[in-house]
Design a protein around this ligand. Structure first.
Ligand SMILES: NC(=O)c1ccc[n+]([C@@H]2O[C@H](COP(=O)([O-])OP(=O)(O)OC[C@H]3O[C@@H](n4cnc5c(N)ncnc54)[C@H](O)[C@@H]3O)[C@@H](O)[C@H]2O)c1
Length: 346
């Protein structure tokens, strides 16, 4: 099964259950350069046999302009040209690096993704936003260019460490909160192990999330309005991630709690939902508390890309499944963080 999504900026062929054979077809050896990381290469390096391949060190510390510069030199040495195809074979870090590189090399060459983490399958591989961090600031340089194809094979998740599953579920919980109340109820009745054991359940939920992201990106590829809702939990989350070196999903989980508190304080969002979200984070192996410094987080938040003068566009919830872009003043953000700090450390 395969389908094509026609985004304003280009079309993506989507393969929800791609096989190794699909890789060979999508990526003819003579025109393809594979970019991966050392963990993924350790598990799946066999599949790259015969391909020009570049393996970078795993982890977000590789998501820099320096790596892009080194990769550009390496693909130039491989004589990459306008008809070369870059394949990002890995998690969200590799999708970001390879998509960004391909988008700027020779002013843009084709690229495709084979996502190997749950987070990349449900989120990072989709939508064409790719970039690198500048120092501690996440995704400060980037492009929006759609991949030619995304070939997903949930079997790659068999080797994924448990914590990485949890990181993926943070984004799945995000979709439930912003766009899908039935998914919220489904997640409440299941847990991480349930999804790990049931391939059909897993494929279905990946598919549902891909549909959500595609629908949102189709409506607003350039992130002028509805696409911003995908940042639910990410504004405070990025600050936690940056300062306390948390994993992305852990930080997003905490950021979703802060966003829910801000929704209670500014949109009369019902207070009984917060304990349900906290339980859900636990069901999927994610933390719900952190020992943090409110001032430090505020300081980092003020550097956020979504800042305009004295407010930051936050994604709040009117109800489960219904997100709202809402500018919050620094004092409103401070209040939500303080509440999280006070109640989390009680
Ligand atoms: N561009 C976007 O729209 C978007 C959206 C969300 C997140 N992101 C970015 O994605 C990155 C996070 O992605 P991630 O969580 O996939 O992290 P990641 O790519 O760093 O992968 C997490 C870890 O899992 C390992 N790994 C990957 N696949 C594996 C497999 N099948 N088996 C065993 N180990 C495997 C990796 O080597 C790494 O150590 C961040 O940089 C984030 O900013 C981008």
């Amino acid at each position: 099964m395969q389908y094509t999504v026609h985004f304003p900026g280009g079309q993506t062929d989507y393969y929800p259950s791609a096989s190794t054979q699909d890789l060979l077809q999508l990526a003819p050896i003579e025109h393809t350069i594979i970019i991966s990381d050392n963990n993924v290469a350790m598990h799946y390096g066999e599949l790259f046999k015969g391909y020009k391949t570049i393996v970078v060190s795993a982890g977000d510390q590789s998501k820099t302009l320096e790596t892009i510069s080194a990769l550009a030199k390496q693909i130039a040495e491989f004589e990459a040209h306008k008809t070369t195809r870059i394949i990002g074979f890995g998690g969200g870090m590799i999708c970001d690096l390879s998509g960004f590189l391909a988008s700027i090399y020779m002013r843009g060459i084709e690229f495709g993704f084979m996502p190997t983490t749950l987070l990349a399958m449900v989120d990072a591989a989709i939508g064409g936003k790719n970039g690198v961090n500048i120092g501690l600031n996440k995704n400060m340089l980037g492009t929006i260019k759609q991949p030619k194809f995304i070939a997903t094979n949930p079997a790659f998740l068999n080797t994924l460490p448990s914590q990485e599953w949890s990181n993926g579920f943070a984004e799945i919980i995000k979709y439930a909160c912003i766009a899908d109340e039935p998914l919220w109820h489904q997640l409440r009745t299941q847990n991480l192990i349930g999804f790990q054991k049931d391939a059909t359940l897993l494929s279905n939920i990946i598919h549902q999330c891909v549909q959500h992201k595609n629908r949102i990106v189709l409506a607003d590829e350039q992130e002028n309005n509805i696409r911003k809702s995908l940042n639910f939990g990410h504004t405070a989350g990025h600050a936690f991630e940056t300062i306390y070196r948390l994993q992305h999903g852990q930080a997003v989980g905490l950021g979703m709690i802060v966003a829910l508190i801000a929704s209670e304080q500014n949109l009369d969002f019902p207070v009984h939902i917060r304990p349900l979200l906290i339980n859900m984070l636990h069901q999927y192996g994610l933390p719900s508390t952190i020992d943090f410094n409110v001032e430090k987080v505020m300081h980092t938040l003020k550097l956020d890309k979504k800042r305009s003068n004295e407010t930051i566009d936050f994604i709040l919830l009117e109800s489960i499944g219904k997100a709202k872009i809402h500018p919050l003043t620094f004092s409103e953000i401070n209040r939500a963080l303080q509440t999280f700090f006070d109640e989390g450390n009680r």
